[in-house]
Design a protein around this ligand. Structure first.
Ligand SMILES: Nc1ncnc2c1ncn2[C@@H]1O[C@H](COP(=O)(O)OP(=O)(O)OP(=O)(O)O)[C@@H](O)[C@H]1O
Ligand SMILES: [Mg+2]
Length: 255
């Protein structure tokens, strides 16, 4: 078991360095030749960043065969979300992406690799549900669309990923269980991983019906992530801080 795991990890890691180096070469070599220089840089940076993330995930996987512990740092969730959307925008050229993401930074204490992975899984699911709808019952004038929003108040950040695909299957309560899939090539591991990542950040994940995108369109699905803004560790003991005078006096711990 351990050997097979290491072999798989090895085979995944092998092409990562050449992929990364090629992207860096493309960036250097064509920087002066293309008109859309910013695009070139942004897109090649996405490749470099994602290969780095993959390498880390695989390293952790081969060591422990489980999800890595989050390594949380102060980072800009708005920027992270923009990056994840950009990646999928390029991976799903037939789909319109509508983003409502605040312009400024939204700083949270999180593991950027893991949250990025969670967002990618959800946006991929949205695209796959759209693809399934297109192949089965979509009307001729169907416009495939994914809407991504980010809202925040003092206590939490909320990300919503909405699509106008097939909509959730009837047995939606089971979708967070491992190996539950309705797709031929699906592993059914995407959502359980997303849920685990979000919960390790003290947040929650819900799957709901999306509001219909057009007056009598059928509803697709909506994934809703809530992340607390205050640094909160994995809720092992589930102790709720009570508002007692001592608490307000000196309980708050800043990283
Ligand atoms: N946006 C969505 N719209 C409709 N159904 C969805 C959506 N997201 C998930 N589902 C349903 O939940 C199931 C489980 O999703 P999950 O991401 O865990 O696995 P998968 O997508 O089938 O496989 P993998 O993630 O390995 O590619 C999907 O097969 C699909 O039936
Ligand atoms: Mg999936």
């Amino acid at each position: 078991m351990g050997r097979r795991r290491r072999r798989i990890a090895h085979e995944i890691k092998n092409p990562l360095t050449p992929i990364q180096l090629s992207a860096e070469r493309i960036k250097r070599k064509f920087a002066t030749q293309v008109r859309d220089h910013d695009d070139l840089e942004q897109l090649t940076d996405v490749i470099v960043r994602q290969t780095g993330d993959l390498r880390r995930i695989v390293d952790e996987f081969s060591k422990f065969a489980r999800m890595p512990e989050p390594d949380r740092r102060d980072c800009d969730l708005a920027d992270l979300l923009r990056g994840a959307v950009l990646l999928q925008e390029n991976g799903q050229p037939g789909v319109r992406f509508t983003k409502t993401i605040p312009a400024g930074p939204l700083m949270l204490d999180l593991d950027a690799t893991m949250i990025g992975q969670a967002l990618t899984n959800l946006i991929k699911n949205a695209g796959e549900a759209i693809e399934a709808y297109r192949e089965t019952s979509a009307p001729a004038d169907f416009i495939p669309e994914i809407r991504v929003t980010l809202d925040a108040d003092d206590s939490e950040a909320v990300i919503r990923i909405m699509d106008n695909g097939t909509g959730l299957p009837p047995d939606r309560a089971r979708l967070f269980e491992p190996y539950v899939t309705t797709r031929d090539k699906g592993t059914g591991l995407g959502l359980p991983i997303v849920k685990k990542i979000i919960e390790e950040h003290g947040g929650s994940l819900a799957l709901l019906d999306a509001p219909p995108f057009a007056p009598d369109a059928h509803p697709g699905a909506m994934a809703e992530i809530r992340l607390p803004r205050a640094a909160r560790r994995k809720p092992k003991s589930q102790t709720q801080p009570e508002k007692t005078p001592q608490d307000s006096a000196g309980q708050e711990v800043k990283a």
